[in-house]
Design a protein around this ligand. Sequence first.
Ligand code: ATP
Length: 255
Amino acid sequence: MGHIPPSHPRAASLRVREALVAGAGSGLVVREGLIAHGRGEALDYILGERTGRRARSAISAAAATLLLAERPVVSVNGNVAALCAREAVLVARALGAPLEANTFHGDSGRRRRIAARLESHGARGVLGASRAHRARLRGLDSERGAVDSRGIAAADAVLVALEDGDRAEALSRAGARVVAIDLNPLSRTARAADVTIVDNVVRAMGLLASRCAALRASPRGRLARIARAHDNAAALAGHAGEMRARLGRIAALGR
Ligand code: ATP
């Protein structure tokens, strides 16, 4: 793997790519995951590669929504395991929630590798890798519909990141509150979710862990007010407007 000079203007982004390529080498990340990351990177570029005010407010609403749930689950796919396993474990710990290895592509071997990666960061009893506890999300065929009967199948709130739109919609139809981390405010996942954090998972997961820990002892009334104050459709429209404004400023400079 090549050395990335810290002075490189895109060093942070290149390090993330390296982590994904390493994840692909160890069988955590699939090729489709690399392509999905490219779509996210392009949108992050337009957003200015920073966690803005709207994303921070969504992170608070996400923490409140997950803390209010009785059976929250943190769903982890290959990209998340490669990029922010430690932070995902911290989110689960702050919530007292199980982690579930959940893949759109691939077999249970990859789910086991994701579970092992999470366990190397201190997680215990990661769900999703055992065939004995297989359940199915209604409306989804093959591997992409497979969930754990002790986890997502019984959850009333699920945190997903870089999720496919079909699955996010199926989770919502099944009655779970959906909290998504997705850089694309136009995606079906972003629109199907109750709370969408439009931010890079590399930045957002750690911030979410801190927010969950900070709000954990709050009265339910306060959490409910924070969750209720979030209007997801308005927030997504705001993100789209922010992107347009940023591109407008860049275009104006070029004139
Ligand atoms: P949908 O199916 O929800 O309409 P999609 O087809 O774009 O959207 P996928 O390709 O399955 O969805 O998932 C990738 C999604 O994850 C994209 O929306 C992409 O913007 C987002 N994404 C990729 N990398 C990151 C990242 N590092 N952090 C947050 N989101 C990301």
